[in-house]
Each structure stands twice: as C-alpha cells, then as structure tokens.
Write a protein that binds this ligand. Structure first.
Ligand SMILES: Cc1ncc(COP(=O)(O)O)c(C=O)c1O
Length: 386
C-alpha cells in the first residue's frame, strides 16, 4: 500500500471544494466528469425499473438486457461481434480495468503505460504487485505512442499494454493506421494483452471516425479487451456502469475477480444504461458539440498565453498545455508549484501534469460553462502577466 497513491485528481477536486467552502471564489477546472445532467429518458428508465422491481442481484457479469444492448452497441458503432459470455459489466470502466489487472498481473509481470496516462493505471498495476513501465510521449509526438518505442519496451515479462484513445488527459486520439502500426509490433508478442480504454469514444471530433483497437487489429482479437461505459458519453458518472468485452477466458477470469469483491453493478443503473445505449443518441451529439466549442475556445486562449503551448485534441473534455515557458518566466521549479500559484493567485484549480506522468504540463477540464472558461482564462492571464 505504501507504493499506491490516492487519486491526485480527487485530491485537487477536494482542495478546490475546501477553498470554496472557506469563501474563496474558485473556478474549478479539475473535474473529470461532464457538467451536463443525465438525459431525462435515462432517468425515467431507472425510475421505471425501480417500480418494476428490478431491485435484486443480477448475474455477476450483468443483466441479460444490458448485455444485449452492449452487443448491439459494439456491433453498430464499432463493427465488433461478441457473445454474451464475452462481456462483463462492472461498477464503472474503472472496475473493468481493475478486474483485468487482478486477473493477469503479478510480481513477475510488467504493464506498459504510455504517458501522459490516466492517473489510475500505474496504481492499479502496483496494487497487483506488477511493474508499471511508463513510456513518455510528449507534445512533440502528438502524445501518441510510437511503434518503435513500444518495440523497445516489450520483453518476455510484458503482460499488458494500456491504450486510451481519445486520451485523458491529452485529448489525443489514434487513427486506424496508427493503431494498426502498434498492432504490427504487438503481433510478435503473443503473451501481451491489450486493453483499449474507449470511455471517451463519443466525445470525439477528428475527421476520421473513431476506430476501436479491436476493429483496427482483428488479428489480435484473442487478446484485446475493449473497455467502455456510460459515464462520459451519457453524463452518467455517478451511476457506475462500465463494461469489458474480449476473449471468453479473460472475461471469465475478470468475472471471477468481480464475483469475489463487488458482485454485479447496481441493478437500477444497469436498466438506465440499457436505455442509454438503446435509446435516442441525440443528447450524446449535443453534449459532444458543446465540448468541441469549448475546446476550440480554450485551446486558442491557452496558446495566446505567454509560455503556454497547447496541442488541439481530437476529443475528451480536457486541454493539456505544456507550461514550461510560463514556469521558467515565473521562476518555478515544477508544475505542482505552478498549479499552487494558479490556485492562490488566479483562483483557478487545475491538475498538475506530473499526476499523469507528464511533468511540465497542466490539465484543464472544460466540462464547465463558457462563462467560467472565459473568466478562468482572464484570471490566468492576469496572474501570469502580473
Ligand atoms: C481514461 C479513463 N478511463 C476510465 C475512467 C473510469 O470511468 P468510469 O466512471 O466508467 O469508472 C475514466 C474516468 O475518469 C477515465 O478518464
């Protein structure tokens, strides 16, 4: 446990909340969740499920209705075919990822994690006594893992590769060709499982439609686990429904892990998720275009700040500027100090890049109103120009 840290993003959120409670007018750009409410039709489905008595245990790996909706979703949107026994529904995508780590990692194994990474990946690996092998991908390489980097890191202990596209925290997204180039390297390492975390799939605006890793590399299907969920696309973070789809043996092992810790995801939430996946998808597109509008504003505003360098993302609701120029100009040692400065001098809460394995950057969430974003940019500009 001494190797594992509490989530730094939750810590940033807690500090902003504390300062606000103490009367400070803090703009919080640290949150990792949509600012929209869950669409009404989804809430109604949950209420109807309660009324109909869907209040009991479901099978550990999830209710048949939701499994069928996930099968349809993967077929319709990703061109992927799965049998029900190849799907395990969990308490959020986070549990799906953890189930997988528990099922296949131990002290003899390594997990490859491209950085900037989602904060939980290395700690999940550590909790399983395995070794996180972090591969840096900076703004110069568009935050994308390069095939030669992957080839150099793979060895006989490699057991798992994390891919997250579109990426939290960078917003970068792999094209089909880029995924195939990684797949070509992985073809030579048959013991490596690839987990493709596609939780931001629907918050995406690249010219090329989103491509799932399993669809880009069908030759690796026997060791790709696709992880997704309803949290981000349907503004359902609190409902806690995610899922994994992959080879039956792995899914079965993951289900065993889940059966001995939490059992099924909440029955009512599963009914809501079924309605989300099967229902009208208009709200998803509306939310995604709002994120895009904010993205365009924030990236332009950040690039206009002295010492900030922000790559436009292809999705998510995060911007991840490099701030080394601004840090140098202000005589600051690291991004943690810079984030403290922004909190104290600009009343703006963001997360240091080092939390994502990328010192010298900061992450701003634009899951908030345009008014808040506009004011935050004014405040940051004022503080760093003072
Ligand atoms: C990259 C990534 N994967 C997984 C998750 C977990 O999502 P869920 O709410 O489904 O557990 C998050 C949530 O922040 C995330 O950013």
């Amino acid at each position: 446990m001494t190797r594992v840290k509490p989530s730094p993003t939750s810590a940033a959120l807690a500090l902003a909340t504390e300062l606000r409670a103490a009367g400070r007018d803090i703009i919080g750009l640290g949150a990792g969740e949509p600012d929209f409410d869950t669409p009404q039709a989804i809430k109604d489905a949950a209420i109807a499920a309660i009324a109909a008595g869907a209040t009991k245990y479901t099978p550990v790996a999830g209710a048949a209705d939701l499994k069928a909706a996930i099968q349809r979703k993967l077929q319709r949107e990703n061109g992927l075919e799965f049998a029900p026994q190849q799907i395990c529904i969990s308490n959020g995508a986070k549990q799906s990822l953890f189930n997988l780590c528990m099922a296949i990692l131990d002290e003899t194994t390594e997990a490859i994690i491209p950085a900037p990474y989602w904060v939980s990946y290395p700690d999940m690996v550590e909790l399983c006594d395995a070794k996180p092998v972090v591969l840096a991908t900076g703004i110069e390489q568009d935050f994308l893992l390069q095939p030669e980097q992957l080839a150099a890191a793979l060895n006989e202990r490699s057991r798992l590769l994390f891919l997250n596209s579109p990426s939290n925290p960078t917003g970068a997204c792999y094209s089909g060709a880029q995924l195939r180039a990684l797949g070509a390297v992985l073809a030579g390492f048959p013991d490596v499982v690839i987990v493709s975390d596609e939780i931001y799939e629907h918050i995406h605006w690249a010219d090329e439609p989103f491509v799932s890793f399993a669809a880009a590399c069908p030759n690796l299907a026997d060791r790709v686990v696709t992880v997704n969920g309803v949290s981000k696309a349907y503004a359902m973070t609190g409902w806690r429904v995610g899922y994994a789809a992959g080879p039956e043996a792995l899914i079965s092992a993951m289900t065993t892990v889940q059966s001995q810790c939490t059992s099924n995801a909440c029955s009512v939430s599963q009914a809501a998720a079924t309605a989300a996946l099967d229902g009208d998808q208009a709200a998803v597109a509306t939310m995604s275009s709002a994120y895009r509008e904010r993205h365009d504003f924030v990236v332009a505003a950040l690039n206009a700040l002295p010492g900030f360098d922000c790559r436009p993302g292809e999705g998510t609701f995060y911007a991840f500027p490099r701030v080394t120029g601004a840090m140098r100009a202000l005589g600051m040692a690291d991004d943690v100090e810079f984030v403290q400065f922004l909190l104290n001098q600009a009343d703006v809460a963001v997360v240091p890049g080092s939390a994502f394995g990328a010192p010298g950057y900061i992450r701003l969430s634009f899951a908030c109103s345009m008014d808040e974003l506009t004011e935050a940019m004014v405040r940051i500009n004022r503080a760093i120009s003072a």
